[in-house]
Design a protein. Structure first.
Lengths: 324, 354
């Protein structure tokens, strides 16, 4: 695989066919996921980030469809080309999802241990009952839960515990890629942090790479190694997290960072003028140009191409092609 | 001088279950005052289950307290006459969390503005109503021409929430109770809504109770803050004091858990010792936070700590400060920083005057 990436996404397009027109939720996104890294992906609602996370596992639902591009998983090939059996084999085993709002993703009438056993039994049959019990116990311990949680039903657990269970299930087969879709968006700060630390420690333990999709810039700053910013279905910038925060290149990234209130200083709250476009009717050229304070002549007609330099990628006419 | 709205030793207990009846104390003995002369923004912060939304609903008169009293202009909310209750309902306006659920999708957004205008007879004529509505929309930064006549689904979440702010403003209330007004709005649009809430205080002299789980926005817009844990006030004071220099171990935990949008400022180290609040029972006696507290000592298990007045504009309910005097009458006003416009109000509530 090229440059040793675990997952390579090339020009991925996910479109929704609606009566009102085609919604380009993900429109030509490319990136690599490196071994062992935590890649954060932020965007506002409607930027296409969750659609993309699900599409990587082919878990998108109609009317969404893959309109192009490839998702190369190391040792497997193009996930977009797999048949049902091939998909079934890699899901959870190689490519696992930690869903948004675990409260709605767990089966309410199944005990936690049975939900954990389900995936293990399907993919790795042959464990006898004792071995399976020991494995479930170890998996619960790994995410900081007591063994007796296994005998409980989801409604007996707090939100944070349910999210830990979701992490336990997602990592039960030591996948090489974990896709975490807003894993802590419904949790309070203290619990959010505990769950994030849990995800981080399990991910480091099993040596997986993780793609964390979210909207919280603060959380990403704390957890991600590299970070991508999505706007209107496009990845507008991708950079090591420190570079992204200290020297954002895309005007949208800069404004997004400035709009996050901090505890450092009281200041007039900045906001980005205008509103994100509806994806049915994305402005021509750069999708951000109507809101961009630095828009100039080519922005409203030519779509900026991603330029990479010094390990960062930015799609903006301010950074001319020669830099590539 | 009678205060605009007061809570005196208000508690709210919810009961559930038929056979094994369980009682949850959502708000536990809270006393506070909201003044009219000195408009300010008071943040009520806490995690889910801290009782902050119940507190909002008590202030709005949506639910009655189990004990204690909510007093509006010197009279218990229970005993208001019809006419008084009508004024009370106009003078205290809510803004709710979800800008999607607060609309009827079959009506144009105008509906949420024209109906209250009519019900509360804000104007003499239709033209006058339209003028008031346009003024309110202007105030929150919306173009009336682009907003009126549309259906809720044609507006973005941020625009919908701003229409709600405009609706609250339209009624010329004295107090707005905003329950998580920006938690469902995108980051880039949050600032506009918070800014319009701040303008309400500055330009119209409306007080705001800002209920939130987000200490960062609380710090940005509020003057004073009250931190709740399991129904009790654990720390209160000016935002500068409470958030920049928290004293209660719970507030310290909250502040250190906020992910700062700066990779060079990593999370502090406290989270490892902190349990999961939702799964923890509250001790019948002693400090409610004792099971999670890294610095608990003997007295913490004996009785509930009172609020100690350990800084002129801050009080913490923690026995570590038991060499400070107790906050007189648990009156939170004593630690809230008076606003500049409010010499009369602050004068009478100065600790020295008592």
């Amino acid at each position: 695989m090229k440059n040793g990436a675990v997952l390579t996404v090339n020009d991925l397009r996910v479109y929704y066919d609606t009566p009102a027109g085609t919604v380009k939720a993900v429109d030509g996104v490319s990136f690599d996921l490196r071994p062992g890294e935590r890649l954060g992906l932020v965007g506002e609602s409607g930027s296409g980030k969750s659609t993309m996370a699900l599409a990587l596992m082919r878990m998108h639902k109609p009317p969404a469809r893959i309109a192009g591009g490839e998702v190369l998983l190391d040792g497997v090939g193009d996930v977009m080309e797999l048949d049902d059996e091939g998909l079934r084999r890699i899901r959870l085993d190689r490519l696992a999802l930690v869903p948004q709002g675990a409260m709605n993703s767990l089966n309410p009438v199944m005990r936690i241990r049975d939900q954990l056993a389900d995936g293990i039994r399907t993919h790795e049959p042959g464990d006898d009952r004792d071995a399976l019990t020991a494995r479930i116990r170890a998996q619960l311990a790994r995410v900081g839960l007591d063994a007796d949680v296994g005998g409980k039903f989801p409604h007996e657990l707090s939100g944070g515990m349910k999210q830990r269970v979701a992490i336990a299930i997602g990592t039960s087969l030591s996948p090489s890629v974990i896709i975490a879709d807003e894993p802590t968006s419904a949790l309070d700060v203290v619990v959010q942090r505990q769950v994030m630390e849990t995800l981080r420690s399990v991910q480091e333990e099993i040596g997986a790479s993780v793609l964390i999709v979210g909207h919280d810039m603060g959380l990403m700053a704390q957890i991600a190694d590299r970070m991508g910013v999505m706007y209107a279905g496009k990845l507008v910038e991708l950079a090591p997290v420190h570079d992204l925060f200290t020297n954002p290149q895309h005007p949208y990234t800069r404004l997004l960072i400035e709009s996050v209130p901090t505890l450092m200083a009281k200041r007039a709250l900045a906001s980005i003028p205008g509103a994100p476009p509806t994806l049915i009717n994305v402005p021509p050229g750069c999708p951000f140009h109507p809101r961009c304070p630095r828009a100039f002549e080519p922005c409203d007609s030519e779509v900026p191409l991603p330029m990479s330099q010094n390990g960062r990628v930015v799609s903006c006419h301010l950074y001319p092609e020669e830099a590539a | 001088m009678t205060a605009f709205l007061e809570m005196t030793n208000v508690s709210k207990v919810f009961s559930a279950g038929i056979i094994r009846r369980q009682h949850t104390v959502a708000v536990d003995d809270v006393t506070m005052t909201i003044d009219e002369e000195s408009p300010s923004i008071l943040a009520v912060a806490g995690e889910s289950g801290s009782g902050k939304t119940t507190l909002a609903r008590l202030l709005l008169g949506v639910i009655p307290p189990s004990s204690g009293e909510v007093i509006y202009r010197g009279q218990s909310v229970d005993d208001l006459s019809r006419a008084q209750r009508r004024t009370y309902l106009r003078e205290i306006q809510p803004i709710f969390q979800d800008p999607f659920e607060s609309y009827n999708p079959f009506y144009k957004v105008d509906h949420v503005l024209t109906v209250p205008a009519k019900k509360f007879q804000l104007s003499e004529s239709k033209q006058e109503t339209t003028r008031l509505i346009e003024e309110a929309l202007d105030m929150v930064g919306l173009q009336p021409a682009e907003t009126l006549g549309r259906f809720p689904h044609q507006l973005s979440g941020g625009q919908r929430q701003r229409v709600m702010v405009a609706r609250a403003m339209l009624l010329r209330p004295r107090l707005i109770v905003a329950d998580e007004p920006v938690s469902m709005v995108d980051a880039s649009l949050r600032a506009t809504i918070l800014e319009s809430i701040r303008r309400m205080k500055q330009e119209l002299g409306i007080s705001v109770v800002y209920i939130t789980h987000d200490l960062t926005t609380a710090y940005q817009i509020a003057d004073n803050i009250l931190v709740m844990y399991k129904g009790s006030v654990v720390e209160a004071g000016s935002v500068e004091q409470v958030i920049r220099d928290p004293q209660h171990p719970y507030t310290q935990l909250l502040v250190s858990s906020i992910p700062q949008p700066d990779p060079s400022l990593p999370w502090g180290a406290e989270a490892e010792i902190a349990g999961d609040p939702e799964s923890m029972a509250v001790a019948a006696t002693g400090c409610k936070f004792v099971e999670r507290c890294p610095v608990a000592f003997d007295p913490c298990r004996g009785q509930r700590p009172p609020l100690y007045h350990e800084h002129p504009s801050r009080a913490a309910a923690c026995f570590r400060y038991n060499d400070s005097p107790e906050l007189e009458g648990e009156n939170l006003d004593l630690v809230f920083e008076p606003q500049l416009t409010s010499q009369a109000a602050s004068g009478s509530e100065d600790p020295a005057a008592n």
